[in-house]
Write a protein that binds this ligand. Sequence first.
Ligand code: DGJ
Length: 689
Amino acid sequence: MTPYPRWTLRTEHTGYTVRLSPDGPWAELDAWGPHGAEHGPSALDWSHRTHFITPADAAPAEYLPYGIRPFTGAELIAAGPDGERGSWWEFDGAQETGTGLRLAFTDGLLGLRTVLCYETVPGTDIVLRWTEFTASRELRLERLDSAAVTVPVTAGARLTYLTGQWSQEFQRTQLHLTRGTFTMGSIQGVPGHAYAPWLAVQDTTGEDAPAYGVALEWSGNWHITAEAEPGGAVRVRAGRVPHEGAVRLAPGERLTTPRLACAFSADGLDGLSRVWHRYERRLSGERLHRPRKVLYNSWEATGFGVEAAGQLELARAAAGIGAELFVVDDGWFTGRADDTGGLGDWHPDPAAFPDGFDRFVADVRALGLDFGLWVEPEAVSPGSRLHTEHPDWVYRVDGRPARLVRHQLLLDLGRTDVQDFVIATLDRLLDTYAIDYLKWDMNRPPTERGRPSAGPADLDAEHVAGYLRVLDHLRAAHPGVTVEGCAGGGGRVEHATIARTDVVWPSDNTAPLDRLAIQHGFLHAHAPHVMSSWVTDAPGVFDPRPRSLAFRFVNAMCGVLGIGADLRAWTPAQRAEAAGWIARYKEVRDVVHLGEARLLGTPADPTCGVQYDADGRTVVAALSTGRLDGAPLVPGRPARLRLRALDPAARYRDTASGTTYSGAHLLHYGLPFAWSADHDADLVVLTRE
Ligand code: DGJ
């Protein structure tokens, strides 16, 4: 062994090299980039001279406790019973596994062993990182991040992240960080609408600069923090944020942090998005190959006014245009005339389904449609029977008022009895009725988050564990049921959820141009096959800027197509057009969901789109974001959308028009689109000849 051993983790196109530091007992990043980038002096190395700070504060450390790294941000703050908040550790050995690495550090005085864990994911450019702690006496962990990574930069870093609020999730946002700290996160018990637990870091040299990304696999409270350091580096650390401010570790207990997925692409943000897409296709496992059916969801059409006749009328119309699945959203159960009641009492409302719910489901299925149902398993309405029988099942703080959000309370899903109730409820529904699809919603964060007289607890982690336990149960006990993840739109989209659901709902906002921006941001971090998207009525409830039915279809076809409009009001011509789009979608959905996706331009451009490539087929969704005044430009030329990654020497044939193009033409000039007042979107399928 050399005095400072190095280990390189190899992914499909990249290498991640870690070494033991010459400066102290810690691991530090030596190189992260394309294969071979580790051969040469480390770009993260530094002068080894410090003033007023310690070497540990300046090192590109992979993980350090407060104590060893006193000034510039530590990943771990651990305290013993005496209250001393710091740890000083010794290296305790490395273990290489076939695809991973474990580096152990021990603090004998404090009684804490910390193992930094690394695992590559085959077929991807992802390195997963997490940390395991074992205590030999009772400890208090005030900070327990998953990992830290360091990115060398020249004049500063460009950070790309996804921000928003309810109905405006996943807005791509950028800032230049030259000095100082940038932090985002959530203490809402879910990742939240304000920030996605995802960050990309590049040098400020250009949009195409190599891109480094992190994403935290955690359904609860979290933070991602980037700190621009004086020596030309940005250090990013990420992890969970305990609700109680600290986690108690009992003697002999082992605690594992959430995994931080670390991604690299030499091809800028665009290439980075494909690294994430490929990883999420892997997270879906064999269920990736289950075709995502064309859904109809009645929420926007009927709201809480769910009753059999109206739903069946919608189901008939949906089947008529080619939908494959009918989902009844909120409002189907007893006490749910509006959002003030009913949650927790998960029984179909007999007044709404006078011939019985099973008969209603059978009627839907007789139309050739699968059947789906909305549930919000963590929620309870104050007047419900569930709340009357189990008032102790909700989060609450003795002596404090219980605030309502959307008129409802939140069940403490960290409790095993609550998990068992939720599992029994879902089993009952799925065993009693022929249900193929479940939409799991969650519409309020915890506020008075307590569990009276239960002793010390890690409520956030317990809620996450309960949520994942129920999702795991659904997958194991009801493997045929497709699951959609939703939290008041896109409030709980992260890798733990994506690995256990089939699709997620990015936002309640389905208005065409707003949705375009939401999906543009979403596709930076997440794969098309998980992106549920509906065609709804125009003008909708959000952004009234007009766009055609074609635009709304092409936009929704960029992910998993659904319809949420009130089809009862649609004219025969609209229904015929919709049927045409749905038929086209069915022909290309395998390319959209399984192919390589490339974002073409941004919604700020007058024409933007998404290109999908698989097996010699290229599908281009093209959208005009410009004015629709119908005045032709005189003289004028068609808009062009430059495609990418085609073979310049090959010929590509537009299957609809028969026009052929050379790859060079499509790369150099692009596909032409002659937009007009009533032609603002197109879907082009090119076949390589
Ligand atoms: C919020 C979801 O995001 C919507 O799609 C819908 O299911 C409503 N909840 C129902 O209450």
